[in-house]
Write a protein that binds this ligand. Structure first.
Ligand SMILES: *Cc1c(COP(=O)(O)O)cnc(C)c1O
Length: 409
């Protein structure tokens, strides 16, 4: 819910500017005209459409967008426009949002621990047919609350835990059944399921294609031990994008590894699913902040770790940056590393970077930070009263391109 609440706190900019243009405005033009004193979220629908279309074209199965990554309706529409018709939801609110936007979407409830009310509402009201689980208790809950079984089209997906990998964000600590439990759950679920699946998540921003090979080998061992017919193998999310100094292998390297691993498993009646989040939307949003004060190498700006920049705080992500100074007086050509401080009174509201900007960066300048479409705006809070932001759609491409998702020029 907090995702949806903070999303609502992002108010759309007056549409007048965009409507007066034959196409969407560029970020620089908007800043020059609007001179925004609140953080401005610049959505790049074309970049999201292109990334989604590239994934759908390259992946040999169904592509489920992981809604938690960015539930903004304009983002969901761009993902849909890119050809995605399946949505991985993790809460009743996400399910309701996707169903409101897309009558024909296939929604999959991929949180292994759900409330009874959320299960009832998803099945009874929003036509959600697939539910993930990693325990016998959750299986019993799903069967009881849906009152459904194989004859009603119920889909059941067992989430397999993976050993801790090398991804930037490990996701194995909280969810997933150990291999021997997964074997038991596959057997227990089979008679109740019109679709039986096995899923895993290698961890977010995973730079190594071989992580999928290892996970699929483990999945294969579980499937063989269970001796059941498997309808779906869900290879999860985790596909990486570029950040400064991080240049991941192209999308094709990941998809080729998945395809080769799948062939080795020899499961002719099994369909592949993937649940990308970050890969589809990271390049699709930037945030433009304004410099409120400069103190030496520190810039105090109007957004921070309690806003859209949480990954720049403790996780230490460095986002691509550029200075925007619309008036006369070109910025210095010399670059220097700065750290950023956010607007709240908490000393943890600090982003060490370093962020390389013109040496004469000063109060009143704007800074655009890119690659914030994933896990950026949706993590905003209202702490200290700094929850105002504006949302605009722009024609700019992603600030960093990842090979394979790029917006065709
Ligand atoms: C967060 C999450 C995803 C999306 O992960 P990305 O790293 O953003 O691709 C997919 N599936 C599940 C179950 C998740 O929790």
């Amino acid at each position: 819910m907090s995702q949806l609440r903070s999303r609502a706190a992002v108010s759309p900019l007056r549409r007048a500017f965009a409507e007066a243009q034959p196409s969407l405005p560029a970020v620089d033009d908007l800043i020059a005209v609007e001179r925004p004193e609140d953080p401005m979220h610049c959505l790049r629908p074309a970049a999201i459409v292109a990334a989604a279309a590239a994934f759908v074209a390259g992946f040999p199965g169904d592509v489920l967008y992981a809604v938690k990554c960015n539930p903004e309706p304009a983002v969901l529409r761009a993902v849909y426009e890119g050809g995605v018709r399946h949505f991985d939801c993790a809460s009743a609110a996400e399910v309701a949002l996707v169903r409101t936007l897309f009558a024909d979407a296939q929604i999959h409830f991929m949180h292994p621990v759900k409330s009874r009310g959320a299960i009832r509402e998803a099945w009874g009201r929003h036509r959600v047919a697939d539910f993930v689980l990693d325990s016998a208790d959750e299986l019993a809950k799903i069967l009881a609350e849906t009152g459904a079984g194989a004859a009603d089209g119920l889909g059941l997906v067992i989430r397999l835990a993976l050993p801790k990998g090398t991804a930037a964000y490990d996701l194995s600590g909280k969810f997933g059944a150990a291999p021997d439990e997964a074997v038991e759950l596959l057997r227990a679920a089979r008679p109740h399921a019109a679709r039986l699946g096995l899923s895993f998540h290698v961890g977010s921003q995973c730079l190594d294609p071989l992580a999928w090979r290892d996970a699929m080998e483990l999945a294969g061992a579980v499937i063989r031990a269970a001796e059941v017919t498997l309808d779906v193998l869900d290879v999860g999310g985790g596909f990486p994008v570029a950040y400064p100094d991080i240049d991941p292998p192209p999308l094709g390297a990941f998809l080729a590894e998945i395809e080769a691993s799948f062939e080795r498993l020899a499961l002719p009646s099994t369909r592949l699913w993937a649940e990308p989040g970050r890969a589809l939307v990271a390049g699709g949003t930037s945030v433009v902040v304004q410099v409120l004060m400069r103190r030496g190498d520190a810039l105090y700006v109007n957004d921070g770790v309690y806003g859209s920049l949480s990954d720049a705080g403790a996780p230490g992500f460095r986002f691509p940056v550029r200075l925007i100074r619309p008036e006369d007086g070109a910025p210095s050509a010399t670059r220097q590393g700065f750290e950023l401080f956010g607007p709240t009174c908490d000393s943890a509201d600090r982003m060490r970077g370093p962020f390389y900007l013109p040496a004469d960066t000063r109060e009143g300048d704007w800074i655009e930070l890119g690659q914030l479409g994933a896990y950026g705006a949706c993590l905003r809070t209202a702490f200290n009263g700094f929850d105002r932001a504006r949302l605009v759609e722009v024609r700019d491409g992603a600030m960093l391109e990842t090979a394979g998702y790029a917006l065709a020029a």
